[in-house]
Design a protein around this ligand. Structure first.
Ligand code: PGA
Length: 249
């Protein structure tokens, strides 16, 4: 039985005091035993505060990005090791904004996934096609390439140590989500691919849908057989909206 995982990707939003007010409210809403696993991804600047405020609560946290090298001359970067040192449990790897705005390659995303696993973090590996790729009938080919590159050489002892987020690029931040049947079709193919790659362990890997998830449509996605949660951007910036989405699971 896979426990659904609902995650808030705040992207480049919130000062430390705004983040603190949000998290206090979320802790209040969530109580002690939420029915789903909840994860928040603040900006780096708010992570130490989030770590303190969320310790002892059921809400986990992680980083939106990190550099795979342990340390070195990478001005402006924060390493996976540094994020792990703060007590993070999750790391978003290969978000489409990283791939498309910052030119991250499949190979670089793979290096992050391996670094995350090596430091005991759970990667949330984002995959997804652009609108042109979908229209050209290449959606699965793109997603398969992203999976193969990011997971090459990865050995998984426990499926709970990896999360895949299927996020069609054209659905992110646009207010136009995928059709549930298309999200399910893709998640099913991802599941089959994971079974080929990891065997029985794949049963424990959660697959999230991401892209314009809102309180009003969350249930449609979270009820799909191969979708085990959501990665939420815009609608996660308000704690009440985020909690409404989580409760839909
Ligand atoms: P969105 O973003 O919910 O604002 O579409 C999703 C994401 O980028 O993970």
């Amino acid at each position: 039985m896979r426990v659904p995982i609902v995650a808030a990707n705040w992207k480049m939003h919130k000062t430390v005091s705004e983040a603190e007010a949000y998290l206090k409210r979320l802790v209040e809403l969530v109580g002690e035993k939420p029915p789903v696993e909840l994860v928040v991804f603040p900006s780096f600047t708010a992570i130490p505060m989030a770590g303190r405020l969320l310790s002892g609560t059921p809400i986990a946290w992680g980083a939106q990005n990190a550099h795979p090298e342990h340390q070195g001359a990478f001005t402006g970067e924060v390493s996976v090791a540094q994020v792990a040192d703060l007590g993070a449990r999750f790391l978003i790897c290969g978000h489409s904004e990283r791939r498309h705005l910052f030119g991250e390659s499949d190979a670089f995303v793979g290096a992050k996934v391996r670094a995350a696993l090596g430091h005991g973090l759970v990667p949330i590996l984002c995959v997804g096609e652009t609108l042109d790729e979908r229209r050209a009938g290449r959606a699965w080919a793109v997603v398969e390439r992203q999976l193969a590159a990011a997971l090459a050489g990865v050995a998984l002892a426990d499926g709970r140590n990896l999360v895949i987020a299927y996020e069609p690029v054209w659905a992110i931040g646009t207010g136009v989500p995928a059709r549930p049947e298309d999200a399910q079709a893709m998640a099913g193919r991802i599941r089959a691919w994971l079974q080929q790659a990891f065997g029985k362990v794949a049963e424990g890997i959660r697959i999230q849908y991401g892209g314009s998830v809102k309180p009003g449509n969350a249930r449609e996605f979270l009820a799909l057989p191969d979708i085990d949660g959501a990665l939420v951007g815009g609608a996660s910036l308000d704690p009440d909206e985020f909690w409404a989405i989580a409760r839909a699971a």
